[in-house]
Write a new protein. Structure first.
Length: 117
């Protein structure tokens, strides 16, 4: 179980690291409209092409995008469902904390009821 959890954590770390950068998030927002050539993605950023390529590499390593090359043209596309592991992790965390808060509320209510004359 430990090795499975460690692998899961690494995937989530890559995902959240990729999402942490505003440039990468803007690239993902653009790709949500449909596939785009690297030069199209680089234009709005104002960054040099090698820098954009590094951002794309991070996104691809995290599994958020896929790229293909046709001749000299590299095209990137959003991978459907790529955010699902992060969404599931956040939902699991929310459920855990909601359960903890529910138990705390019940404990506080019992304490208040016990103090009433």
């Amino acid at each position: 179980m430990v090795s499975r959890m460690a692998k899961h954590d690494v995937d989530l770390s890559l995902l959240f690291q990729a999402l942490a950068d505003p440039t990468r998030r803007s690239i993902l927002t653009r790709l949500a409209e449909g596939p785009a050539r690297v030069t199209e993605l680089a234009g709005p950023t104002g960054l040099r092409l090698p820098t954009v390529m590094r951002h794309l590499s991070v996104l691809e390593e995290a599994g958020l995008i896929a790229s293909s090359k046709d001749g000299r043209v590299r095209t990137c596309a959003l991978r459907p469902g790529a955010l699902d592991p992060g969404r599931r992790w956040i939902e699991d965390q929310r459920a855990t904390w909601e359960a903890r808060l529910d138990r705390l509320e019940a404990l506080v209510m019992r304490g208040m009821e016990e103090r009433e004359p």
